[in-house]
Design a protein around this ligand. Structure first.
Ligand code: B4P
Length: 142
């Protein structure tokens, strides 16, 4: 059986030269926090999924973002004993004042610097991803 597949964008904004990551809290389950992402529909590419889910979950379009297609990372973990693969790309919110609009799937959002984003994410692989993407984001914001 092929693993469940999801894709999303790790979105940062630069405010007074500080980098902040967008984290969304689910309105279901254990109310965990992740960047915008979701299941890849049949026949859909990971890339199209990432953009679609970002629009659906955060109200942000490709035009609002600078997406870095070469900055990507894949997480592999188990959900209910079944393998799941999640592909993320790094993206910058062009105008840091653009408002995020949540769907019913999420109940809260936060823009957080690295450490706090890592804390709220909780999982080691996501902490590592955020660390790597933070380094890239610093380079890209210079
Ligand atoms: N418990 C629930 N109750 C009611 N409706 C539910 C539900 N779970 C999902 N749904 C429904 O599914 C829809 C979500 O679909 P989508 O929005 O399409 O898909 P998703 O982001 O991949 O969903 P999910 O939140 O389940 O994924 P994640 O891997 O973060 O999270 C899945 C699990 O993996 C854990 N997890 C997240 N990141 C992890 C990591 N890096 N390592 C290990 N575990 C991780 C999470 O804590 C969580 O337990 C919702 O609209 C809702 O209707």
């Amino acid at each position: 059986m092929s693993p469940k597949r999801a894709a999303g964008l790790v979105i940062f904004r630069s405010v007074n030269q500080a980098i902040e990551f967008l984290m969304l809290q689910t309105s279901y389950g254990e109310h965990h926090w992740t960047p915008p992402k979701g299941h890849v529909d049949p026949g859909e590419s990971d890339w199209v999924t990432a953009l679609r889910e970002t629009k659906e979950e955060a109200g942000l379009s490709e035009e609002d973002l600078e997406v870095y297609k070469d900055v990507t990372k894949v997480l592999n973990y188990n959900v209910n004993n079944k393998p799941k693969v999640v592909v993320y790309w790094l993206a910058k919110l062009k105008n840091p004042e653009t408002k995020v609009q949540l769907s019913d799937e999420h109940q809260d959002l936060k823009w957080l610097p690295l450490r706090e984003a890592q804390d709220i994410a909780g999982y080691e692989d996501m902490k590592e991803l955020l660390l790597e993407f933070n380094e890239k984001a610093k380079d890209l914001s210079c």
